[in-house]
Design a protein around this ligand. Structure first.
Ligand SMILES: [Zn+2]
Length: 322
């Protein structure tokens, strides 16, 4: 191969005899040569190279892994138990972004740190906002203030739309494997539809007047809207970034919890339960096992992937509220 590459180069230089053109020709010659000699092997190794992919948080990372399978090399920035609202990026995140072909993000104001990090990393990776086809809910914070609710993942119907967005992005970035991405998407969507049917049945088993979810921050809005649950949160915000409520605000929350006869208060895996514990204690309400809210649990836990996290959350809610 070395010889034939050299010959092509020589032939080239004889024909052209102009330095500038020669360098262009010499640049092309070895590639042509390799292409000729090892066409099949070369295109195989090129197409078997995994796509380098970044997903911003663990739940999204799970979907990306399910659909990308062995065709991708995935880095998740905010891992299990991590809080993406308040995340502080690391230098390794910047390295992962710089190498990425595709970057998946939730959007809707969830990853407030991403724009700056992406820019600083000089990444050329294609950014895909997986929530683009979802109509976001707006949360009224005060008379003059609303917030966009980023917690779309608590509804399997939304997960299906995001799985579709992920598969489409892979199809565009790596068209030769389109059928593999689409077939993984289809089998995952089937599981998501089964999950949806199961959730409907479970939540319907909670009496109407007990469908009340109290958590630390407003993370279950999409689920609540669909199933007629009433939600109340200690922080009163869709972001866990808001400062701790004042003594007066806590007193008001406790009054509302007592008045609405909430049977239980739920802690969240991404947040320190201290404040929620205090509210539960003062309101005289039991605090129940921690729910997986904005992140998966560690490997081996009941929240290690999206499907098991959802089943665990719903089972826990049903047992505490029924
Ligand atoms: Zn959140």
């Amino acid at each position: 191969m070395g010889n034939s590459r050299c010959n092509v180069g020589l032939l080239c230089s004889c024909l052209m005899m102009v330095g500038l053109v020669l360098s262009g020709c010499a640049d092309r010659a070895p590639k042509t040569d390799i292409g000729r000699e090892t066409a099949t092997a070369s295109s195989d190794s090129e197409s078997s190279k995994p796509l380098r992919v970044v997903a911003t948080y663990s739940i999204l990372g799970d979907w990306v892994r399910r659909i990308g399978g062995e065709n991708i090399e995935l880095t998740v920035l905010v891992g299990p138990e991590g809080d993406a609202h308040t995340y502080e990026p690391t230098p390794q995140d910047s390295v992962a972004l710089a190498k990425a072909d595709v970057v998946f993000e939730n959007g809707l104001g969830f990853e407030v740190w991403l724009d700056r990090l992406y820019e600083a990393s000089e990444s050329k990776g294609k950014r895909i906002v997986v929530t683009d086809s979802i109509k976001p809910r707006q949360v009224v914070i005060s008379e003059s203030q609303t917030e966009t609710d980023p917690h779309v993942w608590h509804l399997p119907a939304n997960a299906i739309l995001m799985a579709n967005s992920i598969a489409s992005a892979f199809e565009t970035a790596d068209p030769s494997r389109s059928s593999q991405y689409r077939s993984r998407e289809q089998s995952y969507v089937k599981e998501l539809n089964e999950l949806d049917a199961w959730i409907t049945k479970q939540i319907n088993s909670i009496p109407n007047d007990r469908r009340k979810l109290v958590t630390t921050h407003d993370t279950f809005g999409y689920l609540a809207d669909k199933y007629g649950l009433e939600v109340l949160s200690v922080l009163g915000s869709v972001s866990s970034d808001s400062s701790d409520p004042s003594a007066g605000q806590i007193a008001e929350i406790i009054n509302r919890i007592r008045a609405s006869k909430v049977p239980a208060i739920f802690a969240e895996n991404i947040l320190n339960p201290k404040l929620t514990n205090q509210v539960a204690q003062e309101a005289g309400v039991k605090i129940v096992p921690t729910l997986y809210t904005d992140a998966l649990g560690p490997k081996g836990s009941p929240g290690e992937d999206y499907l098991s996290m959802m089943r665990f959350n719903i089972t826990t809610m049903v047992e505490a509220l029924r």
